[in-house]
Write a protein that binds this ligand. Structure first.
Ligand code: SF4
Length: 431
């Protein structure tokens, strides 16, 4: 069994009490029977844990998710096992052995391909985002020592495939994903060019390569990957993207609708105050007209004015972060969970458009860029890095982990007949 990981996940360490926004809150943490028993044994030895176990660990019947019990959060949302220093009492007193898989392995996302293990990192952890944004950006996965994991992976694997025994869709997954990763890490492409190339190529592949495909798709996949890898295709796609005009402003309308829903119906989410700040700053700029509830023109004007005001140096930093987000997603999420690769790429393009809008509309980033002369370039770089880390992990926790919300958007795109390459172009050119 060989272990692979990105460089930043190989060196990942939870910073515990130093973390700006601990993950030990607002979760119903599930534990299996084995770790439930280990926790009971630990509580028998340490009275400080006994009361918490009685009050906050409840039995559940959830065999499907291998859950035997659940840790209920306190009224303030925090885990009852956190001590005054925000350290986990279970880990302090019993090490990782008494901790369930969720707490032990988060923010790692673990997969198995043909018996080898891949470790990716969830962006809902600010320390993972920090590591990813500041890493040397070595392409793809590197072979690592199994010691990078706190304990044996056991049943903490989220998904596994065997290319020998799996379906045709699974069989070609490693090769197709390698092609996607090559695009995502190509230093000659901008983040938008990468995303468009991924949309175009997945669109082509999905015609015959999807979760219904049989062995006859194998030859098609091989031929398509060879064609898509040519230099001519890449430059053709670059030109097409450059000359496309989103006349209906469909990309921005989609983003507008999604943020309006989030701001009105998800008020308790940590990202919502940031969305509201952005809406309010747009309202001020448009002299009290709310561009999120009216015609798209106002939003279009202010958004593009702001984007132009962002200094080149800040723009390239933001675009680099969007590229890294894209790379992390491709390593962390398997497109085979979608009916075809294009459905996955379209949803990823939409998430990137939402993130791009948040970063370019961020009132503080805009303000810092306007005050350019007053700050050193290194200070500006640091400020944008910190604001982007915050935005990325909040976006991940609020939207990217909200599978029901993303499922609703996906269904809406199907109903509105927007599962097309044109939608990707609109999202890339309009936002
Ligand atoms: S969010 Fe990350 S760094 Fe923070 S407490 Fe959780 S695992 Fe540790």
């Amino acid at each position: 069994m060989t272990f692979y990981s990105t460089d930043y996940m190989a060196s990942f360490r939870c910073i515990g009490s130093e973390c700006e926004d601990t993950c030990c809150k607002q979760w119903a943490v599930r534990i299996d029977d084995q770790h439930y028993a280990a926790l009971q044994r630990l509580a028998d030895k340490h009275p400080v844990l006994a009361n918490i176990v009685v009050e906050s660990v409840v039995r559940v019947e959830d065999e499907e998710n291998d859950a035997y019990a659940s840790i209920e959060m306190k009224d303030n949302g925090f885990c009852p096992f956190l001590d005054a220093q925000q350290l986990c009492r279970i880990q302090t007193l019993g090490g990782f052995d008494a901790l369930g898989n969720t707490c032990t392995f988060f923010p790692r996302v673990i997969y198995e391909i043909d018996g080898d293990i891949e470790v990716a990192g969830a962006f809902s952890c600010p320390e993972v985002v920090r590591g990813c944004l500041s890493s040397s950006n070595r392409p793809g996965l590197i072979e690592v020592d199994r010691q990078i994991l706190p304990r044996d992976v056991g049943d903490a694997i989220s998904n596994r495939i065997s290319t020998r025994d799996g379906t045709c869709y699974e069989k070609h997954f490693p090769t197709v994903r390698d092609y996607f990763l090559q695009i995502a890490f190509d230093p000659m492409l901008t983040s938008k060019q990468k995303m468009y190339t991924l949309c175009y190529s997945s669109h082509r592949l999905s015609a015959q390569y999807n979760n219904d495909c049989g062995e006859e798709a194998s030859q098609f996949v091989e031929q398509e990957l060879e064609r898509l890898g040519s230099k001519e295709i890449k430059s053709l796609l670059g030109e097409r993207l450059e000359h496309y005009v989103d006349e209906e402003k469909l990309g921005l309308i989609t983003v507008q609708s999604i943020f309006l829903i989030r701001s009105q119906h998800y008020q308790d989410e940590p990202l919502t105050p940031y969305i509201n700040d952005i809406i309010n700053s747009y309202v001020r700029e448009l002299h009290d007209e709310n561009p999120f509830t009216t015609e798209i023109e106002g939003l279009h004007q202010v958004y593009h004015r702001r984007k132009h005001a962002i200094l080149d140096i800040a723009r390239s930093q933001i675009e680099d972060y969007l590229s890294r987000h894209l790379q992390n997603c491709l390593l962390r999420e398997w497109y085979i969970r979608f009916p075809d690769p294009f459905s996955y790429m379209l949803m990823l393009t939409l998430r990137q458009a939402l993130l791009r809008f948040l970063l370019y509309s961020h009132p503080s980033i805009y303000k810092w860029c306007l005050e350019e002369q007053e700050h050193e370039a290194t200070t500006l770089h640091k400020v944008i890095e910190e604001l982007s880390i915050e935005m990325l992990f909040l976006f991940s926790r609020s939207i990217e982990h909200d599978t029901q919300f993303l499922q609703n958007i996906y269904s809406a795109l199907i109903t509105e007949q927007m599962m097309e390459l044109k939608t990707c172009l609109c999202l890339l050119k309009g936002v």
